[in-house]
Design a protein around this ligand. Structure first.
Ligand code: ASP
Length: 196
């Protein structure tokens, strides 16, 4: 599997993953995804090109509604030819519902759409956001014989890739926040990335 020259579009909708803590005031503010490479220089080692589309008004996922789902689907449709894969950054509370909805809205997908989020803000010292973000981008950029390896709507969280419409949030505190009780994981991230 290779990632060479893949182009990935990040669609940032909001949620904890996009927050950064101002250590002087203790307040959380939105992370500037437009300066992604400056903030997370390790991304440049991924060997793929990343662009960011951000919702004009980023939201807590408890405010997600059908018009937001339409906006995510529209971004993917409008950019479908130009990119090899899509990563949707989303609050974890309703991410399972959005991943389900999008899996039915985006018929006949031949490219990956990977939802991810985090339990701690990306700017937190102990954050799970970096791993979730970096591995989601890697999964979205995987190709074999020039073809995407993953061709469906998925959800990646804490080292596991799940089928999007089989996930449920099971924990508000643990990093292992999601499960897929009725369907096996699609990929696992350890020392090696194993796609089943
Ligand atoms: N309340 C947040 C949200 O779902 C929690 C999170 O991002 O994990 O938007």
């Amino acid at each position: 599997m290779e990632t060479n020259n893949s182009k990935v579009l990040l669609i940032y909708t909001g949620g904890t993953i996009g927050m950064i803590k101002d250590y002087q005031t203790g307040a959380l503010r939105a992370f500037e995804f437009d300066n992604l490479y400056k903030r997370i220089p390790e991304l440049s080692h991924l060997d793929c090109e990343i662009s960011v589309h951000s919702f004009e008004k980023v939201i807590d996922s408890s405010d997600m509604n059908i018009s937001h789902w339409e906006r995510i689907a529209q971004s993917i449709e409008e950019n479908y030819q130009e990119y090899d894969g899509f990563v949707v950054l989303h609050g974890s509370d309703t991410m399972g519902y959005s991943a389900s909805a999008l899996s039915f809205m985006l018929e006949n997908l031949s490219k990956p759409v990977i939802f991810t989020g985090s339990q701690l803000p990306i700017g937190d010292l102990r954050t799970d956001a970096r791993e979730n973000l970096i591995t989601s981008i890697r999964l979205a950029s995987l190709k074999e014989n020039e073809q995407p390896v993953i061709k469906e709507v998925c959800l990646y969280f804490e080292y596991k890739l799940y089928r999007g419409n089989r996930t449920t949030k099971i924990d508000a505190e643990n990093f292992q926040a999601f499960d897929s009780p009725n369907y096996p994981t699609l990929a696992e991230s350890g020392v090696h990335l194993k796609v089943h």
